[in-house]
Design a protein around this ligand. Sequence first.
Ligand SMILES: Cc1cc2nc3c(=O)[nH]c(=O)nc-3n(C[C@H](O)[C@H](O)[C@H](O)COP(=O)(O)OP(=O)(O)OC[C@H]3O[C@@H](n4cnc5c(N)ncnc54)[C@H](O)[C@@H]3O)c2cc1C
Length: 646
Amino acid sequence: MKWPYENRAGETRRMECDVLVLGGGLAGCYTAIAAARKGQRVILVEKGATERSGAAGSGFDHWESACTNPCSRVTPEEVAQAFIDDKDGYFNGISHYIECREGYDRLLDMETFGGKIRDTQDDFAGAAFRDEKNKFLFAYDYTNRFTLRVWGSTFKPALARECRRLGVTVLDRTEATALLLDRTGAAPCGAGAAAMNTRTGEFLILRAKATVLCMSRPARVWLFHSDLVGLSEFRPTQCIGSGHAMGYRAGLEFVMMEKSVRGEFSAAGRSFPPYSAGNNHNTWYAATMVDARGVDIPYVDRDGRVLKTVDERYRPAPGQKFFLKGGTIDEAAYEVRGPETMDAAALLAQGYQLPFYADLSRMPEMERKVIWGLMVGEEGKTKIPVLKALTDRGFDPEKHRLQSYGSGWQSASFLEQERQLFGAPGGLMNDWDLKTNIDGIYAAGDQLFTGDCCGHAAATGYYAGRKAALRAASLEALPACDEEEAAAEQARLLAPLFRSEGMDWRELNAALAKAMQIYCGGVKNDAFLREGLDLLRTYREDYVPQLSCANPHELMRTHEVLDLLDVCELILNACLLRRAGNTALCFARSDSAEVDPPGDRRFLTLKKEGDRMVSGSCPLDYYGDLKSQYEAHNADYLEEVAHEQA
Ligand SMILES: Cc1cc2nc3c(=O)[nH]c(=O)nc-3n(C[C@H](O)[C@H](O)[C@H](O)COP(=O)(O)OP(=O)(O)OC[C@H]3O[C@@H](n4cnc5c(N)ncnc54)[C@H](O)[C@@H]3O)c2cc1C
């Protein structure tokens, strides 16, 4: 097939800016907006098309932790602390406090950009989850009202418009491939990035005073299906962990990369498309579930009390102030428990019969309508593949039930070695400026450790954008750019294009996934982890030189898998560091009998210096008191907000 774009492989374009944003998802767009509002020249680099790219591109249905909205009955401190406790302390207190503190501010921004956050058509007038004055719709905890139901499919186009309105230079269809460092000073600092146009193959050298990484988290590490690439992961295909890989190569510090969970969702084509099967999790919370005979499967609260009404499913248990739901899904201690948290065996032992179904027909009209039509519809990847596809085929939620498969909401069952970086995984380490260990390089959204949701991505994006803008404003000149390093990167990137026959990127992805299942599966031990590293080395020596591709699109996919190779190495090295089992990190060892020894209750960090791995550790609460630290670092923002409100 003739390639429809110009061939510019071998050509180089140079561009300069104050703040360079890598990744144009929710976090990246908010970063760009914050920096542009501060008067900085901003370049935004996006591998796909900013208008619809990223995990939120096709939509999302709820905005967690809008703790400061006028109807909320919880404080940012309470919710942030609950998040931290829910993960037994292995959580990014800084970024999630920012989420709780500023998440609602970003929603209000969104409304001015044209995103829909209120029930302006009064479709749900009178519903228990609606605030009649503000026209907000709440999800999950209807008493405490800190999670909003939103029309997430309107957000990305609105953000892309706002970026352009503010004069941000948006480079769509451009993959960032490497961080450029200025090594002329006492310590290296960020100098920008190298990138490549994924249609023309043109190479870009992007120089900047500050760089913000917003490229999400790795995927397809343990689970990959070469024929169902789009269904290989919950998150978008283009988010493969390139941001982690380039950070690893540049010497950025990572934390919690030893954490992985047993496959949960939409992986390797093994589950139904997300939210397309009957369940009662997240988007489908709190759907009525029934067994094969149509007998209700009851919800129980935190204390095991069987709930008698639908309304009770949305209320805290007696004596419980509030509950979390809709994002923190791993062993959530604060939630009202629905049937999805009871295992099928326990239900069968009680006499319930398979298969189970979600039965919206038994729910009050407003609850049915808000699940099927708003939540299923606005949630990522549901508008067309689920809502439209099932409606077109005659599904009527007033009459029909939807079958539940596999282990309930996951609509699949995975083996222990089939793992994912799901929920709240590891990522880049950050300080109170959302800065990495290298000056001039910041991070936001899912690329930060335990980044996991839209409110977090938006709030941390905006925050990192204003911190990066401050850094850029403080520098008179651009950091030095190492032309030799850039030229070497260009040669690395183009190499597979000049091999006419060879190995396809899919083969290497499949080989990596298999290697990780075998050597870094559910139970780790040193011998296996080292074997795994050795195997990766042979992949580098034997397979990488054979990789070939036919056009710049395949070249981009090839780069992704090369990045995946680095990500696998990072994970194996991180696993070697943790010497005993750790329940919160879903980390088990066969060569240590110890589980959760008190001395190991620390974050273990890892970075690469040349060919050497450098490890470190810090206390779980390294961020200090959340409220006072936040306020000490953000006097300027607090003043701005107070000024706007006055
Ligand atoms: C199906 C689905 C439903 C969800 N529902 C909800 C929900 O209802 N509520 C909620 O709070 N959260 C939800 N989430 C999670 C939420 O969408 C994400 O946490 C959030 O969007 C992360 O934002 P981000 O900007 O960090 O990453 P992303 O939005 O994924 O953006 C990363 C961007 O980086 C780009 N990129 C990657 N690599 C490169 C590269 N090398 N160069 C240039 N660009 C690159 C990608 O193309 C992408 O646009 C959902 C996620 C999914 C997948």
